[in-house]
Structure formats: C-alpha cells, structure tokens
Ligand binder design. Structure first.
Ligand SMILES: [Zn+2]
Ligand SMILES: [Zn+2]
Length: 280
C-alpha cells in the first residue's frame, strides 16, 4: 500500500508530540510521503492554533527534518489555514507569502450572520452545545447554513491546495439533532457545495480522523458516490494529533473508495500532486 499523509499536527499547535516524533513514526511505518500541517495562527487567542510568532521556527523545523530524513521519506511543509472572513483565510497575503509546500483550507469557526460572533464548530460536544445556545440562540440549522456559507466563501477566494474535512460540522450537529443530516435542506447544501468544488476544479481530502472511534469519514461515506461522479480528486489523510494515529483509518478508507468505484487517489510526488492508482 502506498502510504502517505498530508494532514498532521504537532506540538506547534494542538498535536501531542514534536514534529520529529510524527516523522519518525512515518518512516518506521514505511510512508513514502508525509506533510506536517499545524493549525494556522488566528486573529484571536485560541489554544489549538500556532502563534504567529512561532511560524518561522515551525518552517525551519520542517526544513531541518527534510535535510535529516532526505532519501528516507519525502517531507512537506503544510499548514491547515482557517478561513475566518475576507481578512483572514488561505488566500490572504500573509498565508500566500509563507514558503509552504501546500496549504489546506479549513473552516472550524463560523460567524453568526447578525451578531458577528464566532463559534467553534469542532471539539467537545458540551462546548459545542453551550456555544450553540449562547451564540446561535440554539438555531442548529442556522449554524449549519453559516458553516456552508463560510465554506463557499473560502472556496470562492481559493489560495489552498485542498479542502479539509468538508462536512465537519455534521459531527457535532448530529449530536444535537441526529436527523439534521437527513433533512432535504442539509443534503441540498452539501450537494451544492460538492458541485461548486467540482466546478472550481478543487481537491478534497478524505479525512479518517473520526473513523476509528465513530466509523465516519469526512466527507461521509454516503457522499462519495457523488464525489466520484463529479470527478473531484481525493487525498486520504488521517489528521493525526498523535504519532500512533498517522495511519489510522487509511486502509479502511481506501477499501471504501475502491468499493465506491474510485480508481485513484492523489498524493504528492517530488512536490507535485500526482494520481496514484489504487490497484498499485
Ligand atoms: Zn481541522
Ligand atoms: Zn487538522
């Protein structure tokens, strides 16, 4: 199996080990390529994000590892960049000028359309529930709409290589209302988003982070048929926060992709996004 991962955290953000521990785990497991993609600095204090003052050290650390591990694994400097608004996102000058090998576009923070307050859609259920009550006045459908609105604005601006966990909001939203993703409204929004992604020629990841615990991928398995029909290139990533998790869910995700009819996934080879055929 061709082993690679381009969505991975480390102790520059909320990852639980130094970047070298992830790289060593990847070498030990026989990975061909590995990218580190800490959470980008944010325009407000957040414990999950890298501080702007450490970005230079982060990039220098990856460069040092590239030299040390040359010939054993292809290493890449990435960043999971939050789209917050027009002033802060993957397309903004600051992120475009960073010497990164690739950029991931992600939405974790959603703006309430009238108050302008930001809500984190990721993380623990209790925190999600209290933020939903406080910031969105309990309006779950409003939050889901604001999430897909932000996602659509992000892809309209571009500036990234692929989209992270495109339906991440579903995880916590379903904990509040298990039938939300089964509604016509939700499905229409998700499908419209996929069509927009395809129309713009963008790539997405198949994020396996929740697979071991919840048996779900981002995007959900049920949408993969449409992803295939729309010919959206897919990159399988573990979004690992622990070195032991770098390969979690990969084999299962590849089996699901194969069973759905996918013939290839996309990986970085010598710095270029390249099709890798699943029968290899
Ligand atoms: Zn993320
Ligand atoms: Zn991540």
């Amino acid at each position: 199996m061709y082993l690679s991962n381009y969505h991975s955290h480390c102790d520059f953000c909320d990852g639980r080990a130094p970047m070298e521990a992830f790289v060593q785990a990847a070498v030990d497991a026989g990975f061909r390529g590995y990218g580190i993609s800490s959470h980008s600095p944010l325009p407000f204090d957040a414990p999950c994000a890298m501080s702007a003052g450490r970005v230079g050290e982060y990039l220098a650390g990856i460069e040092r590892l590239k030299r040390e591990y040359a010939g054993r694994i292809e290493l890449y400097a990435g960043m999971e960049i939050d789209y917050i608004n027009e002033e802060h996102g993957p397309s903004t000058t600051y992120f475009q000028e960073l010497p990164l090998d690739y950029r991931i576009g992600a939405v974790h923070y959603v703006t309430h359309p009238s108050s302008g307050r930001l809500m984190d859609i990721d993380g623990k259920e209790e925190r999600f529930r209290s933020a939903l009550a406080e910031i969105f006045d309990g309006d779950l459908e409003g939050l889901v709409d604001a999430y897909y609105d932000a996602s659509e604005r992000m892809i309209a601006r571009g500036g990234f290589d692929f989209i992270a966990h495109l339906d991440k909001v579903a995880m916590n939203a379903e904990r509040v209302n298990p039938s939300i993703t089964g509604t016509r409204h939700y499905r229409d929004r998700l499908m419209a988003y996929l069509e927009e992604i395809a129309a713009r020629g963008l790539m997405i990841e198949i994020n396996t982070k929740a697979y071991p615990a919840l048996g779900i991928l981002f995007p959900r398995q049920e949408y993969l048929k449409r992803v295939l029909e729309l010919q959206i290139p897919v990159i399988v990533n573990s979004d690992a926060h622990f070195p032991l998790a770098i390969n979690e869910g990969r084999r299962e995700a590849l089996e699901i992709l194969r069973a759905t009819g996918f013939r290839h996934v996309t990986c970085l080879e010598a710095g270029a996004w390249t099709r890798i055929y699943l029968d290899n």
